[in-house]
Design a protein around this ligand. Structure first.
Ligand code: 2BA
Length: 109
């Protein structure tokens, strides 16, 4: 058995946990804070069988990993982007740090 610790952006928490739950994984969410930037993030605890670790990591990559996503342009930025004819711009989003730990024993009472 393994315990996966995944530190993700809080904005990605809802979709990521929903997807993991729908795949049958049990998840505990902790509200955490990065020690360096002091920004809020979310740490997920996921206990699972060894052969399911890759599946969890794939889901974390897809729902919480680094990616570009469209975001509406607002305020002063509108003037800069108005020539493109779109009020949407691609911005970097997400980011996930994962640790996989060996678990000697897991029980529920
Ligand atoms: P990341 O390396 O992507 O880390 C994002 C968050 O994941 C971290 O937030 C921290 O909460 C957690 N984390 C990452 N590596 C960890 C580890 N080895 N052990 C425990 N938790 C870990 P922050 O600490 O606020 O860091 C935000 C970003 O600032 C980091 O992004 C990294 O790019 C940079 N950073 C962090 N510590 C740094 C340091 N000592 N020197 C230079 N850059 C640092």
């Amino acid at each position: 058995m393994k315990l996966i610790l995944a530190i993700i952006q809080s904005a990605d928490e809802t979709d990521t946990v929903q997807e993991l739950n729908s795949q049958g994984f049990f998840v505990t969410k902790l509200s955490t804070t990065g020690g360096f930037l002091k920004a809020k993030n979310t740490t997920l605890l996921i206990g699972t069988e060894d052969d399911k670790v890759d599946s969890v990591i794939d889901t974390l990559k897809k729902f919480a990993g680094h990616r570009m996503q469209l975001s509406p342009v607002t305020g002063a930025d509108m003037r800069i982007f108005s020539h493109t004819g779109s009020n949407m711009v691609e911005v970097p989003a997400g980011g996930c740090v994962v640790f996989v730990l060996d678990i000697d024993k897991a029980e529920k009472f």
